[in-house]
Structures are given as C-alpha cells and as structure tokens.
Design a protein around this ligand. Structure first.
Ligand code: THU
Length: 139
C-alpha cells in the first residue's frame, strides 16, 4: 500500500481518536479501516459506567463500514494513547478477521504517530475461528 494511503488511514484514526469517550480508562483510541471501495471508515472507543459494555475503536470503525454498505477491509490503522504503539486487542483481532484476509495489513502507532508498527491479521490472529469452522456442523 502506498505511503500516502497509509498516511491517510493514520490521519483518519488520529482524528477519530480525538472524539473518543474514555472517561474511565483515560485511554483514547481511534481506528480506521479502508474498505474495498477505497473509502475510509473510522471509529473511536466508547466507554460506559458499566465497564464491560464499553466498545473498542475497531468495533466502531467496522460498524461504520458495514453501515456504509461495505464488507471487505483492505487495511487498518489504530492510534492509541501515550508513547507506545497500540496493537488491536484480542477481541478486535477476531472482529477484524471477519472482514479481512490473513495478509491484510494492520498499522498501529502511539499517540504522536511517531512510533509506527505494522503486522498482518494472519500473524496477529493465527488459526482464527471463521465462518469455515461453522460449515459441516450439520445444523
Ligand atoms: N481499546 C480499543 O479501543 N481498542 C483496542 O484494540 C485496545 C483497547 C480501548 C478499550 C478501552 O476503552 C481502552 O482502550 C482501554 O483498554
């Protein structure tokens, strides 16, 4: 993926991060996914006083993508808080795997966008549970 495409994805994630609702953890996260159309869909974490009800930034970005009529993720960017890159949590690796190929790139960074890393969905979540696992169950 061209550098400017990755840059646009990071910028969208950083902008969404600024809207995060994270009064309990103080850890704002923004995520952006690029759909097969080339469009970027972004989301932020939305926490709740009932802690487990809070949602991750990736979940918001994927919900925006699906609501816009897209079903395929071609790249992901995540921007966390503080000075360490923010990789997707385990649940979000599973969420992303639903719509992305194993080779799909995930880019993640610290708050300043200076410390950037990249990995692939298949490396972040090997042997993922998928629709294929449901096939042949006989129901
Ligand atoms: N968070 C995300 O939004 N995405 C991740 O992949 C990691 C964690 C959020 C959840 C919670 O609101 C805050 O970061 C601290 O865990």
């Amino acid at each position: 993926m061209a550098d400017d495409s990755v840059e646009a994805l990071f910028e969208a994630a950083a902008a969404a991060r600024m809207k995060a609702y994270a009064p309990y953890s103080g850890f704002a996260v923004g995520a952006a996914v690029r759909g097969a159309s080339g469009r970027i869909h972004a989301g932020c974490n939305v926490e709740n006083a009932a802690y487990p009800v809070g949602t991750c930034a990736e979940a918001g970005a994927l919900a925006a993508m699906v609501a816009a009529g897209e079903r395929v993720v071609t790249a992901v960017a995540i921007v966390g808080s503080g000075d360490r890159p923010c990789p997707p949590c385990g649940a979000c690796r599973q969420r992303l795997a639903e719509f992305a190929a194993p080779e799909t790139r995930v880019y993640y960074s610290d708050e300043s966008l200076r410390d950037r890393r990249t990995s692939r969905i298949g490396d972040l979540l090997p042997e993922s549970f998928s629709a294929a696992a449901l096939e042949g169950a006989g129901s």
